[in-house]
Design a protein around this ligand. Structure first.
Ligand SMILES: Nc1ncnc2c1ncn2[C@@H]1O[C@H](COP(=O)(O)OP(=O)(O)OP(=O)(O)O)[C@@H](O)[C@H]1O
Ligand SMILES: [Mg+2]
Length: 551
């Protein structure tokens, strides 16, 4: 069981939530919902003890399984160690023990000897002697091959990293699991696996996700952050939306009544404050102050406005790929892939985690004209070439996009470097479109939430106005409203698009061509996803040879 008592959280003048009291019980599965920047990760960090609330107290079990939204925190560690770190006290004891054993024998003091005895005790109690084997078992269950167990986390691809971090959270069977956006980067099969796993889990589960289907199938309760508080609903995501609509109309009509009253009082004050009725006017001023101090709590749901424009068109044939090949440690990932892309095509790259989608994109953009960071140019390939057409200017949304936003500056300053000619008004306008209003433009880049950093990259792309967009999982971290806005923007965009996403609706509505990655090969299908699926199903039914004959 976890509970929070009267907690409030604010950053400067901004209130995320106030006086929240709620309890999370074992055997129930809770979602924390709310739009980007609502404070979901913040609430979770308060629950785990990572940060302190501005006010209030939290009680929690001693051991927690945690998956944080930041997937880069363990980059320098080995995979297997990363998993074992899930048991903090064990990991600490192991580290200290190994440091003592590393001392030259003659330098070991009596105190060291005593300490070693204690540490062996802890290691034994915490299952330290079978830790590596237990961790390996979890990793196998999560489909992480044993050849990867000794690798460093930084060498792993997005979906594999999430799996390792999940194993870390599950390691040592903690009584509570707190997972911040576990489905990001996961392909559909893995999401289904996770759903089943979580539904069997017997402790308290608290999970953050923007995936409606996932929440509906996993959660028994929803803690929604809105109106500067947390409201607990029974049921899954859709149940919450239904119940919330009713509550919303009540709160909003109360707000409207209050606003009307304030307006009436203000009118009276304006008319009479100088004349004979000034005493009454003064008392009404007090009334207005009273009404206003209880600030109107508004719903935080909002939709950004994304619109990708181009400075100029590219030529008719922006990209021609000739036998591009790329392998890692001798294992081929992209094998001599060739294709010609016409202007205006919108290509979705589909296929399971680790199939090579990001690798292909990186192999292409390294030589692209346009707005590519120097680090992206350093990606080596095995062979082949890419011919870039006339006037191509390419913009790139990397899968690990949060990394590309420099820390230690503000949002508006960071953006300004990409177009020094842009005026402050122009930048502020763009940021406003992406829901960074007023002082939010001055937000330190290190404070950005997952969805907010994605929106900042969209600002960059809107500022640079490329005519080819390469987007690697841009929908991860985005809330439903933002995914919708992106979907519409991509449909309206006149340029050429290469896109990876696990969001079915976006693929279905945006893509005009599919590159499907499977078994080391790339299927090139010139048509929308629904048609591709039909054809793939037909192929399966008939068997590949017959289908080939029938074509
Ligand atoms: N150190 C900080 N200083 C100022 N503002 C901060 C700081 N840390 C977080 N914030 C702000 O608090 C708000 C809530 O952040 P949080 O990461 O909890 O959002 P979230 O609901 O998890 O969003 P997302 O869905 O995008 O992950 C954001 O607007 C964020 O910019
Ligand atoms: Mg978050």
């Amino acid at each position: 069981m976890l509970s929070v008592n009267n907690i409030s959280m604010r950053y400067g003048p901004r209130i995320l939530f106030e006086d929240v009291t709620c309890t999370f019980f074992a055997g129930r599965r809770y979602a924390i919902t709310g739009p980007n920047g609502a404070g979901k990760s913040t609430l979770m960090k308060i629950l785990t003890g990572d940060i302190e609330p501005s006010k209030g107290t939290v009680s929690r079990p001693e051991k927690l399984g945690i998956l944080s939204q930041d997937h880069f925190a363990f980059d320098e560690y080995r995979v297997i160690d990363t998993v074992i770190m899930g048991n903090k006290s064990l990991w600490k004891a192991l580290q200290e023990r190994d440091a003592l054993y590393a001392k030259p024998h003659e330098q070991l003091t009596d105190a060291d000897g005593m300490r070693l005895g204690e540490l062996e005790g802890i290691v034994g109690e915490e299952g330290g002697y079978s830790a590596e084997a237990d961790a390996a078992l979890l990793l196998d269950g999560l489909d992480v091959e044993s050849s990867l167990h000794e690798r460093r986390m930084s060498e792993l691809q997005g979906g594999q990293k999430v799996r390792v971090l999940l194993a870390q959270a599950l390691f040592g069977s903690p009584p509570a699991l707190l997972l911040d956006e576990p489905t990001n980067h996961l392909d559909l099969d893995s999401v289904h696996w996770l759903q089943d796993y979580l539904c069997e889990y017997e402790g308290v589960l608290i999970v953050i996700s923007h995936d409606r289907h996932f929440l509906n199938s996993v959660c028994t309760h929803v803690a929604d952050i809105d109106y500067q508080t947390v409201i607990m609903y029974n049921g899954g995501y859709d149940d919450m939306v239904l119940a919330k609509t009713a509550i919303r109309s009540r709160i909003e009509s109360e707000n409207a009544q209050r606003e009307k009253k304030i307006a009436q009082l203000n009118e009276f004050i304006a008319r009479f404050s100088a004349g004979t009725r000034s005493a009454q006017a003064t008392s009404r001023k007090k009334e207005v102050e009273r009404l206003q101090t209880a600030d109107l709590a508004r719903s935080n749901i909002a939709r950004p406005y994304i619109r990708f424009q181009m400075d100029q068109h590219s030529g008719k044939h922006p990209i021609e790929i000739r036998s591009i090949a790329k392998s890692y440690d001798g294992v081929p990932v992209v094998q001599k892939f060739s294709a010609a892309v016409s202007r205006g095509e919108k290509i979705a790259l589909t296929g399971r985690n680790g199939a090579g989608k990001t690798t292909l994109l990186k192999s292409l953009i390294r030589s692209a004209p346009g707005f590519i960071d120097d680090s992206d140019r350093e990606f080596p390939v095995d062979g082949g070439e890419v011919l870039w057409g006339h006037n191509v200017a390419l913009g790139y949304f990397a899968q690990d996009h949060a990394e590309s936003i420099t820390k230690g500056t503000t949002v508006i300053e960071w953006l300004h470097q990409f177009n020094p000619q842009a005026s402050q008004e122009e930048l502020r306008g763009l940021l406003g479109q992406m829901l960074f209003s007023g002082d939010d433009a001055l937000k330190p880049t290190k404070a950005l939430s997952g969805g907010e950093s994605a929106r900042v990259i969209f600002c960059r792309l809107m500022l640079q106005k490329p005519n080819v967009l390469v987007l690697d999982e841009p929908t991860n971290h985005l809330d439903l409203e933002s995914i919708n806005a992106l979907n519409i923007a991509l449909q309206k965009y006149d340029g050429t698009v290469l896109l990876v996403t696990h969001d079915y609706d976006v693929i279905d509505e945006v893509a005009t061509r599919i590159w499907h990655f499977k078994g080391g090969k790339i299927d090139d299908f010139k048509g929308p996803y629904a048609e591709y699926m039909i054809q793939a199903a037909l192929l399966q039914e008939k068997g590949p040879q017959q289908a080939a004959r029938g074509r």
